[in-house]
Design a protein around this ligand. Structure first.
Ligand code: NAD
Ligand code: TYD
Length: 337
């Protein structure tokens, strides 16, 4: 791989991926196409040491002409699609942008990559396409798709398009499905950065329902290593799951955050449950371990401590987000707290 194109690289996982790839592969250069929605923040990559190997272009993955001209103008060895509307609560408020970017955007990328004979395509998907688990069991790549939220339905639709292009056109794609990520640069609408930044302001932490829903937490760099392994060694047409083997109820997670921040549990406020809230996610990554040699490296306790320290050291990053357009969404979702 000499030159790859990634989409959505100004978001949480994409920006971590850019850093990881440039630091790991000295010969690699990256083109990043990002629309810069509310979640896209060029600040996330402003202090890249390897600037000469990195190019940013503002653009929409639904813009066929733009993507096609980009693929014509330079030789691209792989395309990795991170670009998405990614927040479940927003998809409940309005699913329109989710269908547009996650479904139509993916279709547009697939068409352009196919016509330009791009040798490798990676669709970054989520374990949420499998729906919800009961108290036992884990998602494997064979688990039927049973998406429950408009977000996960749009991601599942995209996955099916990728599958169909592999089947119909022998299109050289792989799909990755990962559990909940944590780490630096995550937009503070997601539970971990939201709760850290609320706790630092002594604002309530809004726990949905009883806090008994379970998520499987993985460090974002372990996810990035998995995507890289799938891009380089994944078999065409295959799906690869990545999970952190770290299941926590939301209440356990909230306690861990408050303890690490030395804040009282009285900040916890139980609020109305999310509509259609998936009970439990847990991922079986044995296929990725076996076929890609992938292993999660982060230990949750250390990873969470480092993540909290990053947010403590970057309060200006969060302050700027919280005082911008995000305020409107926050007030709609949580009231004027
Ligand atoms: P994010 O919301 O932080 O970032 C999304 C990025 O995509 C932003 O930079 C945004 O500007 C860009 N974008 C949105 N619409 C676009 C469009 N039409 N054209 C170009 N760029 C556009 O999301 P994230 O958490 O970094 O997630 C990245 C990918 O990983 C998503 O596909 C998501 O479904 C998947 N995923 C996320 C998690 C998680 O825990 N965050 C877990 C599994 C999979
Ligand atoms: P989130 O970070 O939105 O990720 P996802 O919905 O994709 O799993 O939420 C993680 C869990 O935290 C989920 O069970 C919902 C819960 N949650 C809250 O209890 N309160 C909140 O304010 C948010 C944003 C999430």
């Amino acid at each position: 791989m000499r030159r790859i194109l990634i989409t959505g690289g100004c978001g949480f996982i994409g920006s971590n991926f850019v850093r990881h790839e440039l630091a790991t592969y000295p010969e690699l250069s990256i083109v990043n196409v990002d629309k810069l929605t509310y979640a896209g923040n060029p600040e996330n990559l402003k202090d890249l040491p390897e600037k000469s190997r990195y190019e940013f272009l503002q653009g929409d993955i639904c813009d066929r002409e733009f993507i096609a001209s980009l693929l014509t103008s330079s030789k691209i060895d792989a395309v990795i699609n991170f670009a998405a509307e990614s927040h479940v609560d927003r998809s409940i408020l309005d699913s329109g942008p989710f269908i547009q970017t996650n479904v139509v955007g993916t279709q547009t990328l697939l068409d352009c990559c196919r016509l330009h004979h791009i040798p490798r395509y990676v669709q970054v998907s989520t374990d949420e396409v499998y729906g919800s688990l009961g108290a036992t069991g884990r998602f494997t790549e064979e688990t039927p798709l049973a998406a429950n939220s408009p977000y996960s339905a749009s991601k599942a639709a995209a996955d099916l398009l990728v599958r169909a292009y592999c089947h119909t056109f022998a299109f050289p794609a792989v799909i990755t499905r990962c559990s909940n990520n944590y780490g630096p640069y995550q937009f503070p609408e997601k539970v971990i950065p939201l709760f850290i930044s609320n706790a630092l302001r002594d604002l309530p932490l809004p726990v949905y329902g009883t806090g008994s829903n379970v998520r499987d937490w993985i460090h974002v760099l372990d996810h990035c290593r998995g995507i890289d392994a799938a891009m380089r060694a994944g078999r065409v047409g295959e799906v690869y799951n990545f999970g952190g083997d770290c299941e926590l109820t939301n209440l356990e997670l909230t306690h861990a955050l408050l303890d690490a921040l030395d804040k009282p549990r009285t900040l916890i406020q139980f609020v109305s449950d999310r509509l259609g809230h998936d009970l439990r996610y847990a991922v079986d990554s044995s296929k990725s371990r076996r076929e890609l040699g992938w292993l999660p490296q982060a230990n949750f306790r250390d990873g969470l401590r480092q993540t909290i320290d990053w947010y403590l050291a970057n309060t200006e990053w969060i302050n700027r987000i919280r005082s911008g357009d995000y305020r409107k969404y926050y007030e709609q979702q949580y009231g004027n707290r």
